[in-house]
Design a protein around this ligand. Structure first.
Ligand code: TUI
Length: 299
């Protein structure tokens, strides 16, 4: 089995998750320069911003990088064209089924690596031409599926012949080894990079991740159909309480409007949505991305 670094032309078999509002061109370039595959995340961007961030990234690194397209984004169709026009080499997708873009991307020579939360979608996307899949378990931060990495990863590896990359619940070398044992050719990490020196989030957000125990995350939106794992705080507790009381989607949306931006840019840890995975309980300090990657890969 080929290792992810051989597939991508990177030093390490590591992808940086395309975190919404966080994964800028500058941050992606820092992760690529540190030996992984940096990703620009479209979450929080409009089409013009994406184009600009791709160009910024390219000006800051000569190493491979990619773009993550969050498929629930209203501008997903435009993003799908921009990655072709801007000659992006690797595209990952999340929160949906990218089959309708596959032909266009393959024709442009793009390596397409969708995130899947269930083995059945991996099988479907293999047939549709995906080059690999990222199997993301619900230990991850942000939008989550139902399966854990421990079950999703081996079942996905059994279901397809294309390479499988592990995500969700990976923040140190033990979890990287476990991912390889379960059939992965590499890993994608997000939460452990929130506490990197280069990560452009507010320092309150970084400190909240460091302070959080492994049981300090909660999934909002389970009832409404958009489950999102975030740190427990006033906002997320209140959201889940309102949900259980039967609040309508409209009220809930009004309640969370702008909450991700409040967390990322303003460091509002009370009413901000601090997306983070369950690995928050094992993160203790702020370090350069390079050091985080080296620790993940230590024998
Ligand atoms: O996409 C993610 N994580 C994300 S996206 C995001 S932005 C956001 N902002 C506000 C509210 C909600 C989201 C934050 N975190 N991870 C990849 C991922 N994809 N996890 C789960 C899935 C997934 C789920 C269902 C992939 C495919 C899928 O398929 C359904 C279908 O159509 O078959």
């Amino acid at each position: 089995m080929k290792k992810l670094n051989e597939i991508l032309g990177t030093e390490f078999p590591i992808i940086q998750g395309g975190m919404a509002n966080i994964a800028t061109g500058t941050f992606a370039a820092a992760c690529s320069n540190a030996g992984g595959l940096g990703l620009i995340g479209v979450g929080g961007m409009n089409p013009e911003m994406l184009r600009k961030e791709i160009r910024i990234c390219r000006s800051l690194t000569d190493k491979p990088f990619g773009v993550n397209i969050m498929l629930m984004h209203p501008d997903a169709d435009e993003f799908a064209d921009i990655v072709v026009e801007e000659n992006v080499k690797v595209v990952t997708t999340g929160a949906g089924n990218p089959a309708k873009y596959m032909e266009k991307w393959k024709a442009a020579g793009i390596k397409v690596i969708p995130v899947v939360a269930a083995p059945i979608l991996a099988k479907h996307l293999e047939k549709a031409g995906a080059d690999a899949v990222i199997a993301e378990g619900c230990e991850s931060g942000g939008h989550v599926g139902e399966m854990t990495t421990m079950t999703l990863l081996p079942q996905t590896a059994d279901a397809v012949s294309i390479p499988v990359i592990a995500a969700g619940g990976i923040a140190d070398k033990r979890q990287v080894k476990a991912a390889f044992a379960l059939g992965a050719c590499g890993v994608q990490v997000g939460t452990c990079l929130l506490v990197s020196e280069e990560c452009p989030i507010h320092e309150n957000y970084k400190n909240a991740v460091i302070k959080a125990k492994g049981s300090d995350t909660i999934v909002t939106g389970r009832i409404g159909g958009t489950p999102v794992r975030v740190l427990k705080n006033k906002m997320s507790r209140e959201y889940v309480r309102k949900e259980k009381e039967g609040a309508g989607l409209e009220e809930l949306e009004k309640y969370t409007l702008g909450s991700l931006r409040r967390a990322v840019f303003e460091g509002d840890t009370d009413t901000g949505s601090l997306m983070a995975g369950q690995t928050c309980g094992q993160l203790t300090n702020i370090r350069p991305v390079r050091e985080i990657f080296e620790d993940l890969m230590e024998a």
